[in-house]
Design a protein around this ligand. Structure first.
Ligand code: TRP
Length: 337
């Protein structure tokens, strides 16, 4: 492995809801792969970032801290290998974000494609909370307070990471070489469609399958999945492109040759949607059953999960304090040594 591929890894989730299959495909699978490496790995629950557009609903954010921690643990994130921490418990991140704010213009933030889309989705109009507009700056601080260089994220986050690299370049130019540029690591399958055929699975679009959905809930959702509206009778030829069931089988079904065969049959006619949906339900239950079982165990002992986050937050803070001392020396603000 190349030396640069050994850099510190940092990733995170906003605690605004339970995680779904889109998170799994976009980021969690990569986290599990990267966790096998022998590199420092930080996993952050971005509660401060979640508050940038949920300031009036703090309970929603704090309740979901435990939920996303449990989702990640249930998927196989191992606190022995990965430092799991809560963003607000490492105030050095906020401090670094404050210094970074001086290096970014408001107009540049407004051009960030991710932020632009999210502002539209949230219907802020002209009333955009400053913290929300500036979250890419604070996200750069999340990463750089740990000198991380590899960041597993969903595709939609790439413009945020691009903005972080601009901050890095500007910082290094002004204060001398301090930070290495960062690299986003996205899932190999691109974005996961919603069950309604929308290009993106998301809680706000109400088209998500959650990692914590029961087998019964999963079945209900798969049965609702968008297929081909012209495929009315089993004997009709069907369309594979844009068909949610096939797009999921492509990603989750380990038997690629059988899926190829099913596509052929479907296009020709004679293969019913229900048969395909039953197959997909089986495939997804195979994936989710062990995750559900681990979740059930973790839910029995929330205090143990909190203890993991408490220890992780203390460890993460130690690291951030070290990095900040170094950064502040480059900024000529380490007055007392
Ligand atoms: N913005 C990310 C998301 O919505 C969550 C996040 C916060 C994050 N800070 C991060 C991801 C730092 C990677 C690195 O998914």
């Amino acid at each position: 492995m190349k030396a640069q591929e050994k850099g510190t890894i940092l990733t995170g989730d906003r605690p605004t809801g339970r995680l779904h299959l889109g998170h799994f495909v976009g980021s969690i699978q990569n986290r599990l792969e990267l966790q096998k490496e022998d590199a420092p790995f930080f996993y952050m629950i971005a509660d401060a970032q979640a508050l940038t557009d949920n300031a009036h609903d703090p309970k929603k954010v704090s309740d979901n801290v435990l939920e996303v921690a449990i989702d990640n643990l249930a998927c196989g994130i191992d606190p022995k290998k990965t430092t799991m921490f809560i963003q607000s418990q490492v105030p050095e991140i906020a401090e670094l974000a404050m210094y970074f704010q001086n290096l970014v213009t408001v107009s540049r933030l407004k051009q960030n494609p991710t932020v632009k889309t999210e502002i539209k989705q949230r219907g802020f109009g002209e009333s955009i909370p400053v913290g929300f507009l500036a979250y890419p700056i604070s996200q750069a601080a999340d990463i750089l307070a740990f000198n991380a260089s590899r960041v597993p994220v969903g595709e939609d986050q790439l413009p945020v990471l691009e903005q972080a690299n601009e901050i890095i370049d500007t910082f290094n130019r002004i204060y001398g070489q301090t930070f290495a540029r960062i690299k986003g690591i996205t899932g190999t399958h691109g974005r996961l469609m919603g069950i309604d055929g929308n290009a993106k699975m998301s809680k706000s679009l109400n088209n998500a399958i959650y990692l914590s959905d029961s087998a019964k809930e999963l079945e209900r959702k798969v049965m609702l999945m968008y297929t081909d509206p012209m495929h009315i009778h089993v004997s009709d030829p069907g369309e594979v492109k844009g068909n949610v069931v096939f797009s999921y089988l492509d990603i989750f079904d380990p038997n690629k040759s059988e899926v190829a065969e099913l596509k052929k049959q479907y296009k020709k006619g004679g293969l019913g949607d229900v048969v395909l949906k039953r197959r997909l339900i089986g495939v997804l239950n195979t994936l989710l059953d062990p995750i559900r079982a681990r979740r059930a165990e973790l839910e029995k002992d929330p205090a143990a999960v909190l203890a993991i986050l408490k220890k992780g937050s203390a460890d993460a803070r130690k690291e951030a304090v070290k990095v900040l001392a170094h950064v502040k020396s480059h900024m000529h603000i380490n007055y007392f040594g």
